[in-house]
Design a protein around this ligand. Structure first.
Ligand code: MLT
Length: 396
C-alpha cells in the first residue's frame, strides 16, 4: 500500500510505504537545515564547507559561520568574539544552584538540569538573544558542572578575553592538565561537534520541543536528554570503554589480526562493536579522519592510539563481511574519546557533556531559524506527525 500526503504539494519529494513505518523516520525529508548538511559519501559540511577544512579554525569563526551562514570578515569575527565575551557573564545563582545538584547521577542528567536552572535565571524569552547568551555561557555552565560532579571544587574565575575554549580550559582547570594540549584537543573536539545536519535525534527533539513555543532553555534541555542516550551522544563514552577493552584483550603490542579475532568473537557472542556505522554516512566519518590524523601525529606511541589505529582497519574488514551492515566504517565516536584521553582529559563520564556543550551551538541556531526565520518569519508549525492506529490484541 502506498501512503501519500493528502494535501496538495508543489513537488513530490518522498512517498511513504508501509514498511517504512516504525523505522525512526530514516531519510524522510521534513524541513530545511540552514547550518549544515551530511552527505552519505562526503560527510559533514558547515554552511556548505567540508568540516575537515574548518577543523582547525578558531571556534568563534566557525560559530559565526554557522550563525550567519557565511564566513565573517576579520573585523566581523572580531566584533562577534567581543559580543560573545560580553554575553559570557553567568548569573552567580546559576552556578550556586548547579552546585546543589546531586553528584550521583550521570553528568548528562546534571547538564539537562543545569540548562533548566539557567533558564530560570537568565531567560529573555527571545530565541536569538537566548541562543547567543547560551552559546557564550555554556562553557562556564559545563566547567562548573564537571568540577562539582568530579568533586574538584570551584572553577577558576572566568576570563572571557582568553578566547572561547581557552577560557573553558582555564575555568575547568583539569588536575595535572597541560593547558596547551588541552586547549588544542578541546578546540578540535568542540568545532567538530557543533552540528550534524537537521535530523539527528537531539537536534530534531530540540526543534520539536521549540515548535510548541517552549523557550530556548527548555528546548535545549530536551535536546540534551536526547543526546544522553547510548545510541546517540553517550556513544563516545562507551566507545572509549570499548577501545580499552580491546587494549586489555590484545595488549599494547597486539596486531591487526589479534583485533580482528576479538571483533569476530564479540560479534559471534552477539555483543556490540562500538564506534562503527552511522545512520547517514556510508564512508569513514570525515570528523574521525581528522582526529585519527591528529592523534597519530601527536601521540603515535600511546597505547590507546595504537589500538584505535588497528581498529580503524580491522573493524571495517570484519563488518563488511556482513551484507546487512550498511556502514561498516568508523564514526567520530571511534576516536574522539581517545583524543580527549591522550590530551590529558581521561574522564569518559564527561565526554558526552563536552559533546552537548558543542551541540548547543548548532541546535540553538537551528531553533532560531525554525522559530523566527522559517516560512517568511512565521516559523514552522507545531510538530505533529501522524501515527496509524494498530490493534495490539485480537478481539475474542
Ligand atoms: C552525529 O554527530 O554523528 C550525530 O549527531 C548523529 C547523527 O547524525 O544522527
Amino acid at each position: 500500500m502506498m501512503l501519500t500526503k493528502s494535501e496538495p504539494m508543489s513537488e513530490v519529494l518522498f512517498e511513504i510505504t508501509k514498511d517504512q513505518l516504525e523505522s525512526g523516520l530514516r531519510g524522510f525529508p521534513i524541513g530545511y537545515c540552514v547550518t549544515s548538511s551530511v552527505d552519505p559519501n562526503k560527510g559533514l559540511h558547515y554552511a556548505g564547507k567540508p568540516v575537515d577544512q574548518l577543523a582547525f579554525r578558531q571556534p568563534e569563526e566557525v560559530i559565526f559561520l554557522l550563525y550567519y551562514g557565511k564566513e565573517g570578515s576579520q573585523s566581523e569575527v572580531e566584533a562577534f568574539k567581543k559580543d560573545l565575551q560580553k554575553r559570557s557573564r553567568l548569573a552567580p545563582e546559576v552556578a550556586q544552584h548547579i552546585k546543589l545538584l546531586p553528584r550521583q547521577g550521570h553528568p548528562m542528567k546534571l547538564l539537562s538540569s543545569a540548562l533548566l536552572i539557567a533558564g530560570m535565571f537568565e531567560n529573555k524569552n527571545d530565541y536569538r538573544e537566548d541562543c547567543l547568551n547560551l552559546i557564550a555561557r555554556i562553557p562556564e555552565i559545563v566547567a562548573v558542572l564537571i568540577r562539582h560532579h568530579a568533586g574538584w571544587g570551584d572553577i577558576q574565575p572566568s576570563q572571557p578575553e582568553l578566547g572561547y575554549i581557552e577560557n573553558f580550559t582555564h575555568m575547568l582547570n583539569v588536575p595535572n592538565g597541560n593547558t596547551q594540549e588541552l586547549n588544542a584537543a578541546f578546540k578540535l573536539f568542540n568545532v567538530l561537534h557543533y552540528d550534524h545536519g537537521g535530523g539527528n535525534l537531539s537536534t530534531f527533539v530540540g526543534k520539536a520541543v521549540a515548535s510548541g513555543l517552549e523557550d530556548m532553555y527548555g528546548s535545549l534541555t530536551a535536546a540534551m536528554c536526547a543526546l544522553a542516550g547510548p545510541r546517540h551522544g553517550k556513544a563516545n563514552q562507551d566507545s572509549l570503554q570499548f577501545v580499552k577493552e580491546i587494549l586489555q584483550a590484545v595488549g599494547e603490542n597486539g596486531t591487526e589480526e589479534n583485533v580482528e579475532q576479538v571483533i569476530r568473537k564479540l560479534l559471534g557472542d552477539n555483543k556490540l562493536v562500538f564506534g562503527f556505522g552511522h545512520a547517514v554516512l556510508r564512508v569513514e566519518d570525515p570528523r574521525a579522519t581528522v582526529l585519527y590524523k591528529y592523534v597519530q601525529e601527536k601521540y603515535p606511541g600511546h597505547p590507546l592510539v595504537k589500538i584505535t589505529k588497528l581498529l580503524r582497519t580491522a573493524g571495517p574488514k570484519v563488518l563488511k563481511e556482513n551484507p546487512k551492515i550498511s556502514d561498516p566504517y568508523p564514526n567520530v565516536d571511534a576516536i574522539s574519546g581517545t583524543l580527549l584521553s591522550v590530551a590529558g582529559f581521561p574522564y569518559p563520564e564527561y565526554f558526552t557533556v563536552l559533546f552537548g556543550m558543542a551541540r548547543v551551538v548548532g541546535i540553538g541556531i537551528q531553533i532560531v531559524y525554525e522559530r523566527v526565520e522559517a516560512r517568511d518569519g512565521k516559523g514552522t508549525p507545531i510538530v505533529r506527525p501522524k501515527y496509524l492506529f494498530k490493534e495490539r490484541y485480537k478481539k475474542s
